[in-house]
Design a protein around this ligand. Structure first.
Ligand code: PEP
Ligand code: MN
Length: 337
């Protein structure tokens, strides 16, 4: 349930409303919004009787929330959430691009890629230091050394850095080094990890589970927001289907569907969806045309020698062309969504 307040509600009136909510055993959560000041009711079992709140002074209206998710829903917050990282804003109609290799391999590698993606217009740099690999024999990432290299990239280029956190155990360490933490597809329903991310002050990129429904994905985001972190960016990265011509199937239609249900920004990772660079490129253009709130693209300075995901990594020159064409596409589509 959402309690919408009158514009001129005083602090004292708000306190009385919050106390009334808490006396009933519920949690009150202020929902920042453009014109509308409101308080959400959480942790209610079953429906809440609106009459309990309608009579309180300062209350304009009481809106029942019909969705299982609350904090992430458009019912709770009508305006798009803007997540600002460095000079990138996700959710305001612009389309910042996050680019970099699948895995951090060496300082020279990340610096070289960071410089080229920055000059092509990327706003954030990505690179895995702890890699979730299907095989235990595959390269697992450089660990803390990789985080040090990412910090060096930020120092040298000014680009904010993103990396994946695979478990609660390494959260403190990763959080101390990077600007954005990423929760990968394999961990979308790792609820203790989601709760830990919710306690973080860093923005979180939450990738969609490879077989997750939109509702399950939004519930996962709800875990993060429920713990107090509202800087959540959803990332579609392809789902498992029967096809064999691509690594996954990019679910483009989830973008308008998610935007309808939720105020959170949603970005697209065409790299992990496609698995091969020839498909990454057209999928990036489709994502730009779709009005996505951003993209995440893997780029490598020497894809043939990459320690992970070389086949889907763009060459720096290809990335530069993709960025130019995405800009052109976006200028036709416009930024108002
Ligand atoms: C990644 O972005 O490095 C990654 C492993 O992606 P996903 O979780 O989507 O597979
Ligand atoms: Mn990868």
């Amino acid at each position: 349930m959402l309690i919408v307040l009158e514009k001129d509600t005083t602090k004292e009136q708000v306190q009385i409303i919050i106390r009334t909510i808490e006396k009933r055993g519920y949690t009150a959560r202020s929902i920042p919004g453009g014109d509308r000041v409101s308080i959400g009711i959480l942790h209610n079992k079953g429906s809440v009787d609106a009459a309990q709140f309608l009579g309180l002074s300062g209350v304009k209206e009481v809106i029942p929330v019909t969705k299982p998710y609350k904090l992430v829903s458009r019912e709770f917050r009508q305006e798009n959430t803007h997540v600002t990282i460095g000079d990138a804003v996700f959710g305001n109609g612009t389309m910042p691009v996050i680019a970099g290799p699948c895995a951090v391999e060496s300082l020279e590698q990340v610096l070289s890629i960071a410089r080229s993606v920055q000059s092509a217009g990327a706003k954030l740099f990505r690179g895995g230091a702890f890699k979730p690999r299907t095989s235990p024999y595959s390269f697992q990432g450089l660990g803390e050394k990789g985080l040090e290299f990412l910090a060096k990239v930020r120092e040298e280029t000014g680009l904010p850095v993103v990396t994946e956190v695979m478990d609660v155990e390494n959260f403190d360490l990763i959080e101390a080094y990077v600007d954005v933490v990423q929760i990968g597809t394999r961990n979308m329903q790792n609820f203790s990890l989601l709760r830990r991310a919710g306690k973080s002050k860093k923005p979180v990129i939450l990738k969609r589970g490879m077989s997750a429904m939109l509702q399950e994905w939004l519930m996962a985001a709800e875990y993060i927001m429920e713990e107090g972190n509202s800087n959540v960016i959803l990332c579609e990265r392809g789902v498992r289907t029967f096809v064999q011509h691509s690594r996954n199937t990019l679910d483009l239609s989830v973008v308008p569907a998610a935007k309808k249900e939720s105020h959170l920004p949603i970005i697209i990772d065409p790299s992990h969806a496609a698995g091969v660079r020839d498909q990454v490129i057209p999928l990036a253009y489709a994502s730009a045309a779709l009005g996505a709130d951003g993209l995440m693209i893997e780029v490598h300075n020497n894809p043939d020698k990459a320690l992970s995901d070389g086949a889907q990594s763009l060459y720096p020159d290809q990335f530069t062309t993709v960025m130019k064409k995405m800009d052109a596409i976006r200028s036709i589509i416009g930024n108002d969504q």
